[in-house]
Ligand binder design. Structure first.
Ligand SMILES: N[C@@H]1[C@@H](O)[C@H](O)[C@@H](COP(=O)(O)O)O[C@@H]1O
Length: 263
């Protein structure tokens, strides 16, 4: 696990956007796993800027979103379909047929979940999976006690998640859908690289558990310690409860120095 601590959210965004740009320049048909929530919005804005000003080309990119609420239509103002259109898809040139988001209104949910997994495999697997983290340590909508081997399926949301996401539903906890379709932890772990992003003090405890705590289903993000290529990119506030901040900073500084020397 590489832990990159940046002074500000803007710098966290710059580092994560840089990783995706470099990967896209190397592999134009990159398969991206995408996340919603407030955390990756800056990343989507940065990639949009790169598309508009540098001509960064997304025309061969395929995307798979982590999750979607169950019980609201895709055109609902707070669906993740609407979120992705608003913050990313409407602004870059990813072909419509290459964009995949779990279908919240699918009647045959189980069949849909199997097809979603198959579509990821058919696309060659996810190259880079962008992840945020819930205050309870969830990734996607894999709430505490989710099986670390779980696949795409329907999950009931934790009360803390309903509360945290109520601001997107007019501040009313009851208005937040109680269930979601989410890629499983096992599905996420098959991505070739994971980028876990977090900012702000509300994420400090979850990040400390995920990065330095034991690997446990109580904190689903902790399983990323087992992933061969996870990069955790956080700001100072989200790093506040980590024990080894100086160590992570030193390792990153040394790596940057070696890279600048052409190693
Ligand atoms: N399903 C999403 C997660 O994918 C996201 O990581 C989390 C954190 O959201 P935010 O970035 O707004 O804190 O919220 C939701 O529960």
């Amino acid at each position: 696990m590489e832990v990159i601590i940046q002074p500000t959210y803007a710098q966290l965004v710059a580092v994560s956007a840089g990783i995706i740009r470099d990967a896209l320049l190397k592999k134009p048909n990159l398969v991206l796993g995408l996340a919603t929530g407030s955390t990756p919005i800056g990343l989507y804005e940065a990639l949009t800027r790169m598309h508009k000003t540098e001509g960064l080309d997304f025309s061969s990119v395929t995307t798979f979103n982590l999750d979607e609420y169950v019980g609201i239509p895709p055109n609902h103002p707070h669906s993740y379909h609407t979120f992705m259109a608003t913050y990313f898809f409407n602004a870059v040139n990813i072909p419509t047929e290459n964009r995949h988001i779990p279908q919240s209104t699918a009647v045959a949910h189980e069949e849909f979940c199997e097809q979603y997994e198959a579509a990821i495999v058919n696309a060659g697997g996810i190259d880079i999976q962008v992840l945020g983290i819930g205050i309870d340590g969830h990734i996607g909508f894999n709430e505490p006690s989710s099986s670390l081997g779980s696949r795409t399926r329907i999950k009931t949301l934790a009360q803390s998640t309903l509360k945290a996401n109520a601001s997107h539903f007019g501040g009313t906890v009851n208005a937040v859908p109680k269930m979601a379709i989410t890629m499983g932890v096992g599905t996420i772990m098959e991505a070739k690289q994971c980028l876990l992003l977090a900012n702000g003090e509300s994420k400090a405890e979850a990040i400390a558990h995920a990065v330095e705590g034991p690997i446990t289903a109580e904190v689903p993000a902790s399983v990323l310690q087992m992933h061969p290529r996870t990069v955790v990119i956080i700001d100072e506030a989200a790093a506040a409860q980590l024990k080894r901040v100086d160590y992570y900073k030193q390792v990153y500084a040394n790596k940057q120095k070696l890279l600048s020397q052409g190693h």
